[in-house]
Design a protein around this ligand. Structure first.
Ligand code: PQ2
Ligand code: NAD
Length: 213
């Protein structure tokens, strides 16, 4: 198999179909909703949480077995029926329509799978084992969560502003490069790791006012 192309997909207001209503379908529904997707689910039976999400109008649910017409208007599809024959049908139907499809118990059947993810604001760290060990992906994700705390999201917001200012105000390429590097120097990163955001902010300001100009 060739290398995978890791992407970060914008699902805001995109129609996504989940086939199945068990615990995996439920987890996928929740993460898709967190991404702003319009979630439609088809399954004869569903978990109480899925039932509740449908009752609140957060997702739509058709009670029944998968039919290829369920794919109409979909951007992305997840096959979580736990049934080999249904999964194969979903994968074949999607691939022949060029849809992006994830089969949750066979990463090679669909054309994508989902990595374990740490989110800190705009910072996203994804861990994938290519389906070889989702449990290892989870363990590594948990380790990363300890290393990269919530402060990294706030830091990134500040960094974004200072970067824009630098790009807008400094035209000399060498100076610009030096300044952008000074925002992520060892000292700042170690203060950040210890959670001293106020000090980090002060250092960013003085780096911006400092030598690069
Ligand atoms: C990352 C994460 C994203 C997400 O689903 O949103 C994800 N699995 C997660 C959770 C999770 N997965 C499993 C449990 C149950 C543990 C338990 O209770 O027994 C839990 C729940 C938990 O850990 O809490 C087990 C499992 N997973 C797969 C199988 C089927 C098989 O392999 O046949 C089995 C059963 C066999 C087994 O146990 O191995 C298959 C897949 N799971 C993947 C992704 C893809 C490969 C990713 C990779 O390898 O990099 C792939 C191929 C397809 C896909 O779903 O895209 C998510 C968050 C993790 C986190 O961050 O905490
Ligand atoms: N990807 C992952 O992260 C992950 C994690 C754990 C398990 N798994 C695997 O994923 C599969 C699903 O797990 P689960 O615990 O949610 O299973 P489950 O058996 O609880 O759920 C299967 C769901 O599919 C529905 N279904 C059955 N036939 C259908 C059809 N023709 N059309 C539509 N829906 C149909 C059932 O009503 C049920 O709601 C299992 O094979 C499991 O081994 C994957």
């Amino acid at each position: 198999m060739s290398g995978r192309y890791l992407v970060s997909l914008d699902l805001e207001n995109k129609r996504c179909l989940i086939v199945g209503g068990g615990s995996v379908a439920q987890r996928k529904a929740v993460t898709l909703l967190e991404c702003g997707a319009l979630v439609h689910l088809v399954s004869p039976e569903v978990t109480p949480l899925i039932e509740e999400l449908a009752r609140q109008g957060k997702i739509s649910h058709r009670r029944g077995c998968y039919e290829s017409s369920d794919l109409e208007g979909m951007f992305l599809v997840i096959g979580a029926s736990g049934r080999e024959d249904v999964n194969r049908q979903v994968a074949d139907d999607c691939l022949s329509r060029n849809l992006i499809v994830n089969i949750v118990d066979d990463p090679n059947k669909g054309n994508f799978f989902v990595p374990a993810t740490v989110r800190r604001g705009a910072l996203e760290i994804a861990v994938s084992t290519g389906g070889k060990s989702p449990l290892l992906a989870r363990k590594i994700r948990e380790e990363l969560e300890k290393t990269y705390g919530e402060q990294y999201g706030e830091f990134l917001d500040m960094l974004g502003v200072f970067r824009q200012e630098t790009i807008a105000n400094i035209s000399e390429p060498e100076k610009k490069k030096r300044m952008l590097e000074s925002f992520v120097d060892e000292k700042i990163l170690s203060l950040l790791k210890e959670g001293h955001l106020d000090l980090v902010k002060e250092m960013l300001v003085s780096a911006y006012r400092g030598s690069g100009r």
